[in-house]
Design a protein around this ligand. Sequence first.
Ligand SMILES: [Zn+2]
Length: 448
Amino acid sequence: MESGGFDEVRAVERLQALVRVPTVSRLDESQTEWARFDEFIELLPDLYPETHSALTREVVAGHSLLYRWAGREPGDPAVLMAHYDVVPAAVDGWEHPPFAAEIVPTEHGDVVWGRGTLDDKGSLATILEAVEALAASGFQPKHDLYLNFGHNEETTGGGASAIVDLLEERGVRPRLVLDEGGAVVEGVFPGVGDPIAVVGVSEKGILSLTMTVEQEGGHASTPPRMTATARLARAIVRLNSKPFPKAFTAPNLEMIRTLGARARQPFKWVFTNLWLTRPLLLGLFTKLGDETNAIVRTTGAVTQLQGADAANALAERAVAVVNVRVAVGSSVAEAVAHVRRAIRDPKVRLDAQYPNEPSPVSPTHGPAWTLIKETIEHTYPGTIVTPYVMLGASDGRHFTRISANVYRFSPFQMSKAERGTLHAMNERIRVSTYLSGVLFYRQLVAGL
Ligand SMILES: [Zn+2]
């Protein structure tokens, strides 16, 4: 079956082949099965021969891949990104096995079932399909095009960061960077019936904040009035009852205006008269749900707790880890200061680990944004394209060091149920949306 200039059957088979290599990322890299990553790297030239003859490839930081397609003329390059590591998949609970890449008929048409189909081998495969078809047709990009495929996005992101170091050293300043992130979604914004393509123009910052209480130990039969664990618990409760300040940032407001213009009444009126409705709307966002709340403020969640080693000993050291996601417009220092004020206790020590500031906001005007927007509108007619702030983290954030135009968008239509399978069981991608993704990248690359 040939359509749109590429072999759809082969395109699906190639995605299946990629999913069948279990390139599972583990935070403790000594637990990672690197042989699988080597296998994946070796598989690519067999699957995409035209790409591997037209582009050069470097392996960076052990297993991350950097491809360069030399342009016809000098000029700032573009970078397309994806990652090929996946989060672990338990064997139990999957309706179809996670690494078999079975094709399963559903009410939405055929799907490819398996870990990594959406996050993020689907993107990697669509990029390579697009490049493969263009290379086979004799196309050469106007300016250099880089493909960046990370090997540890799900853990440390060290691969992408090392690639940025390398490009920085070489004086490369990309005029467009596109990584995974938003998608084409439906029914998420009140009053808007059309599908919405959310394109990440920034992402929240992240840090692990440890709260530590140290105290003299002793036997649990004669406890002091305030134990280390009780002090720590009090700090957690105080933090929980004092949310971080709420605010709409510039990308939030642009999203509300963009979607509001296409909403039905009375939503349209509410979303387009922000001069009047803004405070009301801000309050509403904090109450509507956990996701809208996370959009308008920094959040902190205690994820790990640690006390004494024995059931009958007092803890000499009690530790809680707060996973903090820092809102755009705020900073790591502001977030830590808020926690300090909220817990009101100098005996609780705070240490910020792995701090990452929120990313700078990429513009929603200019050639990079316009190309992405128009390509989405062409691929998914009737879709509203809007900027948004990504709540999670992507490898793309490393590129903000060398580019002002970093965007985060996966060219796939995802239902609420499908989005729920990210990092969970039964991850799958519709064959139809996967093929649309190939068309998206083909048009994007041709337009660069
Ligand atoms: Zn991902």
